[in-house]
Design a protein around this ligand. Structure first.
Ligand code: NDP
Ligand code: PYC
Length: 337
């Protein structure tokens, strides 16, 4: 048997939809989740691609996630609320984005607070969607309290991703999206599944000792990236996408989970900024200055964040296929009776 299975994009999409609807997700939620999972697999973000079907289905089987329709509220001139009502975040996001973009365009800046959602997804598809509207975007969300603060050894923070997008004329947007832990939890899970050690600096074991054992690291605590700096950023994400929007901290999400190992349950904050408003009418000039910054980066042989992803996207679209480990394919097939 070969180690990998290659699927056409249509086959992979059908597999995702079949797996989700076959496990009780409504058509609307299955479509929204599949769109993000397919984007992740297409861009070779393996920790947030088809692998996530295992997590979504396990969470559904744990009786944790609803099929509720999101409730979108025009909460204030600068704030859209999308209450996911105990479902995954992605349908709430999809339904909240048009009003977010409309508000940001009208007044220069607006926020979207997604509340009461299960959240498994990479944030770059979300900020890319906002950048596609010509808006600058920021997104942040907590997760489960797996990550120790700098100087500590017990989980307090989530893996807390931060994503940013800057729309560019005639080019893919400038996008970065990273966990504020040294690595995403999904990366450690993939190392565990592959029986591979994790790099030093990703986690400590339950006794607080450095470990390269994925299982021991997951049982202990993950570490922040950049020491005290990642730790502070992670705390900011907890505050802005937690108490500020009236939703759970990662600590509370972890307690709510009660050891079931389901997808984290909390909120998410997205900001959209209209460059036309902020640049004071001189858009071409200031957008050109941004391009000079990007040129200064790539001009010396460095790469922009998301370049690897955009190259992977081009490859997947050209071949019309994605590849996943054969064992993952089997595990996904086994989810649907
Ligand atoms: P990575 O460390 O793989 O990548 C972080 C960012 O840095 C990417 O934008 C990446 O671009 C860029 N990058 C990597 N190497 C370079 C380089 N040499 N030069 C310039 N840029 C570079 O991401 P993480 O493992 O931290 O996170 C992976 C995903 O997990 C994210 O999409 C995140 O949203 C998701 N996540 C979701 C969580 C949730 O609760 N929903 C929690 C934690 C993480 P490129 O992709 O092109 O390599
Ligand atoms: O990879 O850290 C992670 C993660 C948490 C929730 C979704 N992905």
């Amino acid at each position: 048997m070969t180690d990998t299975v290659t699927l056409t994009l249509d086959e992979a999409q059908a597999l995702s939809l079949r797996t989700l609807t076959g496990n009780g997700f409504s058509e609307a939620h299955a479509q929204a989740i599949t769109a993000t999972i397919m984007a992740g697999q297409r861009d070779e973000c393996h920790s947030h691609g088809l692998y996530r079907l295992l997590v979504c289905v396990a969470t559904r089987k744990a009786g944790k996630v609803s099929n509720a329709e999101p409730v979108i509220t025009d909460a204030a001139p600068g704030l859209v609320r999308a209450d996911a009502q105990g479902a995954y975040s992605l349908l709430a996001l999809e339904r909240g984005l048009p009003l977010l973009a409309q508000k940001a365009r009208a007044q220069g800046i607006a926020a979207l607070a997604i509340n009461h959602c299960y959240h498994f997804s990479a944030l770059w598809p979300e900020v890319e969607a906002i950048a596609a509207e010509g808006l600058v975007a920021l997104a942040l969300t907590p997760s489960h309290a797996w990550v120790a603060p700098y100087g500590g050894t017990k989980g307090v923070f989530g893996t807390n991703p931060l994503a940013f997008a800057w729309p560019r004329p005639d080019n893919n947007p400038f996008v970065f999206d990273f966990a504020t832990s040294a690595a995403a939890r999904g990366e450690i899970e993939l190392h565990r599944r592959a029986g591979k050690p994790i790099p030093e600096g990703w986690a400590v074991d339950a006794e607080g000792n450095p470990t390269t054992d994925a299982e021991a690291g997951m049982a202990g605590a993950m570490l922040t990236f950049g020491g005290h700096k990642g730790s502070a950023l992670s705390a900011m994400i907890e505050l802005m996408a937690g108490p500020l929007i009236g939703d759970f901290l990662s600590l509370e999400s972890y307690v709510y989970d009660a050891g079931q190992g389901a997808t984290p349950y909390h909120g998410e904050l997205l900001l959209a900024i209209n460059p036309e408003t902020f640049m004071g009418g001189n858009v071409a000039h200031h957008a050109g200055r941004a391009e000079a910054l990007f040129d200064a980066i790539v001009g010396q042989g460095a790469r922009l964040p998301s370049q690897r992803r955009y190259e992977a996207r081009a490859r997947s679209l050209a071949s019309g296929t994605v590849s996943i480990p054969a064992r993952l394919h089997q595990d996904i097939l086994a989810l649907t009776p």
